[in-house]
Every structure is written in C-alpha cells, then in structure tokens.
Design a protein around this ligand. Structure first.
Ligand code: CTP
Length: 397
C-alpha cells in the first residue's frame, strides 16, 4: 500500500527519536520513498548518519548548505510529498505548528506542505496533559492534522503515564490507513464510542466487573476513524491498544463513564454504546480491605445511571447506537431497549449463537432499527464494525 508513496519524515528533539530509525526502516521496507527533515535539536537524539543511511538520502536540517549556499527548498519538498509525518512531535513543535511559527526547516515545510500531515506526539505525561498542549493538539486537529495518539507506559523521565510515542508498527498502520483507498465518508464527524468493562470498587482490593474484552467497541472506533471521523473512545477495562488516530479516555466505574460521555456528547455527532456497563454498584465502598468472617457476606448494591438512556433523552439530531446482549426473547428484548433508550438502531448479540459474544474475535449480530431487522452471518468483529459504520453512514447525520 505504501509502494511509491513519497513520505517526509520529520523528527523533533525528543528521546523517542530513537524509534524514528525503526519507523523509517519500516516505511522504506513497505515501499515508501522517505526524505528526513530534522530540527537542529533532533540531531542530539539521533544522528543524521543513521537517518540518512536508513532513508537512503541525505537528511535536511538547515535552510541552506553553508558550504556552498545550496538552498533546501521546503516548498519543493512540500510539493513532492504525499504525506508529511512528524514522529516524534515534541510539545514545542506542536505549539509552533499550532501558531504558525516557522523558525526551522521542519516547520517551514509544514507550512508549505499541501499533502496530509500526521503527527505522533511524544513527551512527558504532565507536558502531554497540560492544558496548553491539549489546546495546541485541538487546534492542530481542527487544522486537519492527523494525530497518532501516544501510548501509556514507561517514560524517559522515569514516570509512567500517557505521552509515549506510538510504536513504529502502530504508526505505519496509521499511515497505511491514511492512504487507504476507502473514501473518507465520515470526515468532519465526531463520534463517541464506549467500550470494555466498567469496574465498581467494593474495597481497596476488590471490585465488580464483567467479561467484556472491549474488542467490538475498539473495532468500531477503528472503523469510524478509518472513514475519516474523529473518534473519542471512552474505555473501561481492556487489555487492548488504542487504534491509531483514535483519542482514548480511560475510565473505571460506571459513574466515571457516565460523566465522560455526558460531558462530550453535546459537542459530538453521536455515540455508539458498546461498553458493558455495570447496572449495580456497591452502596458503600469500604475504606479498608473487608476482612473475612465465618458468616455469609451481603453487599448492598444500588442502580447505576443508564448512560445510553441519558444520552437518548438528549439525542437531538445525533446518532445513537446501542448494544443488547440477550439470552432469551432476544429480538423482543432488543426492540424494547431500542425504544426505551431512543437508539437509532441496536446491535443484538445472542449468547445462544456459536461464535458470538465476549472475548472471541467473531460475532453474530442482528441490526435492528425501528422498521427492520437484519441478521448478519458469523463474521469477524472488524467486519461487524464495518457493517455498523455503513449503517451509521446511511443515517447521514
Ligand atoms: N448501557 C449504558 N449504561 C448503563 C447500562 C447499559 O450505556 N448503565 C448501554 C450499553 O452499553 C448497551 C445498552 O445500554 O448499549 C444495553 O445495555 P444492557 O445492559 O443490555 O441493557 P439494560 O437496559 O441494562 O437491560 P438488562 O440488563 O435488563 O438486559
């Protein structure tokens, strides 16, 4: 898919620049032609020799060669490229991009580029979370820059959190998705997707949860994102990596998920409610670990708020898609939920079907809207996600 594609790889001053070497190699192996532009500081983190060797071309840092005055034309470079990929993108470079500062070749190339631009941010967790960085990212998103979300984990500072540059393999996947021939039919739309299991604490060490793996919701987030939508994935507990280009908000309890959804719904074009949300939560969370005794233990549980139903009441023109997992009277129960929660359509899983439900990579679902029910055959969760994305597209909102 990347054969013959012209990619400018921009490298900024971040420790994650060491991953740019692998990224460059992967892009070249996939058939892309790569030219590397570095900021002056990036040279402190990875050598021009390494990058020139891997990209098979001299790297560009300065506006001109001081030896002979030869001009490094950012305009020509911008015209040549099919994609400008800045990985790692430091907080400093993102701030400059967001405000149009042009004090190095990497930035003048950004201002000249007519091609799509993607950035893979990399920084310390506090820098990433800072309101200024978030504001700059929001601005860049509005300007049409594709953001390849950083991961969560060990950071060079010794701290652990969100800010690690996405892994080179993930970045290549994101690049392929950008080049995919699929038309960007949902460009300009913003959807929320809930996924995974919520966690209701009982005491500092125990909780109530369920078997949801999050696979279906993550596949939907990916499918919508690949069609050009901006996707916010509000995720309970799962072991999955965030799909490239998707913004993930991690939550624990049903209450956290409720707040994260309600806060963002109004600004969105709709939501897909795929999470397995606890219907009950302990009335009280014990401050200390509950010690066992010889007696039975009863836990008082109270109802959680229904997120989907709340969004259903505030739906307006937005799209709202629900899920139902049933073990009996499947269609009738799903129909009832469709009406009660004001969904445009509901995706019914029957636990009685072979190949459906939790944890697996396949699903058997029926898509039910107020006027029809379409039962799909056994298919992969990513194919189910495509069918759901098709139906969202057909609602044309
Ligand atoms: N849902 C939600 N918030 C909740 C409970 C459910 O957003 N607190 C959403 C789910 O994500 C799903 C849909 O509502 O899209 C259906 O959830 P389900 O638990 O199957 O339905 P309930 O109405 O809780 O019915 P029951 O438990 O009786 O099956």
């Amino acid at each position: 898919m990347l054969k013959g594609k012209h990619i400018i790889l921009g490298i900024t001053g971040s420790i994650a620049a060491y991953k740019s070497a692998v990224l460059c190699r992967l892009l070249v192996s996939a058939g892309a032609e790569v030219r590397v532009v570095m900021t002056p500081l990036a040279k402190q983190f990875i050598t021009p020799l390494t990058m020139a060797t891997l990209s098979q071309h001299p790297i560009l840092v300065d506006f001109f060669n001081p030896e002979n005055g030869e001009w490094n034309s950012h305009v020509k470079l911008g015209e040549w490229a099919d994609l400008y990929l800045i990985a790692p993108a430091s907080a400093n470079t993102m701030a400059k991009m967001a405000t149009g500062v042009a004090d190095n070749l990497l930035l003048t190339t950004y201002l000249s580029a007519r091609c799509p631009v993607a950035i893979a941010p990399a920084m310390d967790l506090d820098m990433y979370a800072h309101i200024a960085t978030q504001r700059n990212m929001e601005q860049l998103r509005e300007d049409g820059v594709h953001i390849i979300e950083p991961g969560t984990g060990f950071l060079a500072s010794g701290l652990s959190g969100k800010g690690r540059m996405a892994e080179p393999e993930q970045i290549v996947e994101a690049v392929k998705a950008l080049f995919s021939v699929k038309k960007k039919s949902l460009e300009g739309k913003h959807y929320l997707v809930t996924a995974g299991a919520t966690i209701e604490p009982i005491d500092p060490v125990r909780f109530i949860s369920n078997h949801s793996s999050g696979k279906m919701g993550y596949a939907i987030a990916e499918a919508l994102s690949q069609r050009g939508a901006r996707v916010t994935l509000i995720s309970g507990r799962t072991a999955l990596a965030c799909p490239a280009g998707v913004e993930r908000v991690d939550v624990l309890s049903a209450r956290d998920m409720y707040e994260a959804c309600v806060e963002r719904f109004e600004e969105s074009d709709g939501a897909v409610m795929c999470a397995a949300v606890a219907d009950y939560t302990p009335v009280e969370v014990a401050e200390q670990k509950i010690k066992k005794s010889d007696d039975n233990l009863s836990l008082a549980l109270r109802r959680t708020d229904d997120i989907a139903a709340t969004l259903g009441q505030r739906k307006g023109h937005r799209v709202l898609v629900g899920f139902a997992m049933e073990t009996e009277a499947e269609e009738a129960n799903a129909q009832h939920k469709l009406e009660r929660k004001n969904f445009d359509f509901i995706v019914l899983n029957s636990l009685r079907e072979q190949g459906a439900g939790f944890r697996g990579d396949t699903n058997v679902v029926t898509l039910i809207d107020p006027t029809s029910a379409e039962k799909l055959p056994l298919m992969s969760k990513s194919d189910v996600a495509e069918r759901i994305a098709d139906k969202i597209e057909s609602l044309n909102r």
